[in-house]
Design a protein around this ligand. Structure first.
Ligand SMILES: [Fe+2]
Length: 309
């Protein structure tokens, strides 16, 4: 190994749940970080290469056309973990979206507010190359190969921004509730409804097309096993999306989804986000069905502190 290659990769790496750089950033309270590209190890690049190579034929078969066009316009390198600044150079002129490196979990309001500002909080670590299958926490393959190609599509991007605006509507609405207990109850329910909507559309959505059902949800687009299961498995329930169902439907993250919802188009999706906000204003999200996902104290506080951010 010559001196140059020693400088190009690190033995330490940026591996999911084993990255000292990320642990330090978290200890320092840094949510937003820069991508220290030189820290990726050869093992990290190998994981990216394997993930990309095995997903490509599945995308060609199961992904919606907008995603495939997005993959083309981002010019991702199949061999190496992408640099966010390269991705952003191609992405910015298309929709104004940017991938923004984060150290890990972002409280709900801050996450949604980033979408409103056309920023996508992006994990920079990558799973181990001997554990390529679905993992509950996001990694750079899920975020950059699963989400970001969708952000190249103008209609999808507008729906995401509109969704981000709903978080501000929610924060404004609950700030007008004087009784603290009622305020927390309503806010918990609204965050749950928003998280369920996001899950059943942005993460696990299906879309009708001339060639049959296609995948647009990023949880599916980054999972080699589940993308095929979502379209092919006879036991999966696939139904046209109904907002009242999606916001009251609990979900679990640790196995393949048994229930998926179909949209007609991204204009349809945009209309659903409008409807979500109208229902929020009418108080219809204040008592959604109990169950997953949980809403933690950080999520609640992020909304309650929204005026100050
Ligand atoms: Fe995601």
């Amino acid at each position: 190994m010559d001196r140059t290659s020693i400088h190009l990769t690190s033995p330490v790496g940026l591996t999911t749940n084993a990255a000292p750089f990320i642990e330090q950033a978290k200890r320092d309270g840094q949510l937003y970080i820069t991508q220290p590209y030189e820290l990726y190890s050869e093992e990290n690049h190998t994981a990216w290469r394997k993930l990309y190579a095995r997903m490509l034929p599945r995308w060609e078969r199961y992904a919606n056309q907008h995603f495939l066009e997005g993959i083309g316009s981002l010019c991702l390198d199949p061999e190496r973990v992408p640099r966010l600044e390269d991705v952003n150079r191609f992405l910015g002129p298309l929709t104004g979206f940017q991938a923004k490196a984060v150290s890990g979990y972002i409280p709900a309001f801050l996450f949604f507010n980033c979408l409103r500002n056309r920023e996508f909080p992006t994990t920079i670590t990558i799973r181990r190359s001997d554990q390529l299958d679905y993992l509950p926490e996001p990694d750079i393959f899920h975020d950059i190969a699963g989400h970001v190609p969708m952000h190249t599509d103008k209609h999808f991007a507008e729906a995401l921004v509109r969704f981000g605006e709903c978080a501000h509507t929610a924060a404004d609405l609950v700030s007008g509730i004087r009784d603290r207990e009622t305020r927390v109850h309503c806010l918990t329910s609204i965050i749950k409804a928003m998280a369920r909507f996001f899950w059943f559309t942005v993460e696990f959505g299906l879309m009708r097309s001339r060639d049959g059902l296609k995948v647009y949800g990023s949880g599916l687009l980054s999972s080699h096993g589940e993308i095929a299961h979502a379209i092919e498995a006879p036991e999966v329930q696939r139904f046209p999306i109904q907002l009242e169902w999606a916001i009251n439907q609990a979900f679990e993250i640790d196995h393949y989804q048994p229930l998926l919802f179909i949209v007609e188009s991204f204009d349809h999706l945009f209309g659903l986000v409008d409807q979500l906000e109208a229902w929020m204003k009418a108080g219809k999200l204040n008592n959604v069905a109990p169950g997953e996902p949980g809403v933690n104290e950080e999520d609640l506080q992020s909304f309650l502190n929204a005026q100050r951010t």
